[in-house]
Write a protein that binds this ligand. Structure first.
Ligand code: GAR
Length: 305
């Protein structure tokens, strides 16, 4: 029975136990609070009492379960579970719930993972991997999102050490196979990957891969696209170009990946000042802190509906 639940919820055996405990304690708490509130109403036991009690516990249950899930570290799982239940009975919306003015999420292009409670993410990275590390840290105890694979095109890149330290499988990809072979689609499928995050990945994504993962590949770019994007615009080169042009501000762009370099639908942007005293290095530091601050949260909003 546990195995069935494990598969259904896409969680580990231990998590199934914790989730079941949360259900049990949340249910008991609901009954307890429900009875206390019924006593306050002063209603006589009878049909009306039963109807009011049922309404009360229907309202209390999701709240109780969510509260109990916090100390058990399963809040994200239950948030998603309850949202799904709500949608089934026609309560709640299918929107992403992203409402901050800086956000531009179009719900029609959001990934749809409703049928799978865990999104298995592959991070593609070519460099140091500080963004990859932030994403791994952010989703570490999250039942809904698992960083299942690191994909790298550079042997010796820092991100590979991060993968080893974090016990996350990694693969080093080769140009020929990526662009003219199967684009590593079979390998990604073998890890159940259903979402790809590019965190400092410097190769263009082949259209074969985009077709298999439509609106499910997101990139972070260290400038305010559409400016300072395109082929050859990565890392320090972007910051050098921004400073050389005398820009007063720069920033980060998180966007969907399409067939054109740095072109897909923009999901999020954040800005920072470029001072006259800034160098490519100092600007890179500002950009990195913006990325670390926002990237994991933006991805959470996108992946957990
Ligand atoms: C990040 O700044 C990212 O925006 C950039 O590479 C850096 C990787 O840093 N990506 C691009 O330039 C893509 N065109 P990290 O390895 O420390 O995460």
């Amino acid at each position: 029975m546990f195995e069935k639940l494990q598969k259904k919820w896409k969680v580990t055996g231990l998590q199934v136990l914790v989730i079941l405990c949360t259900f049990a304690i949340g249910g008991s708490l609901t009954g307890y609070v429900g009875k206390k509130l019924m006593n306050l109403t002063g209603l006589e036991k009878g049909l009306l009492w039963v109807i009011v009690y049922i309404i009360l516990i229907t309202i209390i249950w999701p709240v109780a379960v969510l509260v109990v899930s916090i100390p058990f570290g399963q809040f994200t799982f239950f948030k998603k579970y309850i949202a799904k239940l709500g949608r089934r009975i026609g309560v709640g919306s299918n929107e992403s719930g992203v409402g901050n003015g800086e956000w531009g999420v179009n719900s029609s292009i959001l990934p749809t993972h409703d049928s799978r409670l865990t999104t298995h993410v592959a991070i593609f990275a070519s460099g140091t991997g500080t963004n990859a590390q932030k994403l791994i840290d952010h989703f570490r105890n999250n039942a809904a999102v698992k960083i299942s694979l690191i994909v790298c095109n550079k042997p010796g890149a820092g991100v590979l050490q991060i993968a080893a330290k974090e016990n996350i499988p990694s693969i080093i990809i080769e140009k020929e196979k990526f662009f003219r072979g199967n684009a590593y689609i079979e390998e990604l499928k073998s890890f159940d990957i259903n979402f790809i995050i590019l965190a400092g990945f410097l190769w263009k994504i082949p259209s074969a891969l985009i077709k298999v993962y439509p609106s499910k590949i997101v990139n972070i770019h260290p400038a305010l696209l559409p400016a300072y994007g395109g082929k050859g615009m990565y890392g320090a080169k972007v910051h050098e170009a921004v400073i050389a042009a005398g820009e007063k501000e720069s920033g980060i762009t998180i966007h969907y990946v399409d067939e054109i370099y740095d072109h897909g639908k923009i999901i999020f942007q954040a800005k920072c000042d470029v001072l006259a005293t800034d160098t490519p290095d100092s600007l890179a530091q500002k950009i990195h802190s913006l990325e670390h601050q926002h990237f994991p949260l933006v991805m959470e909003q996108l992946l957990i509906k």
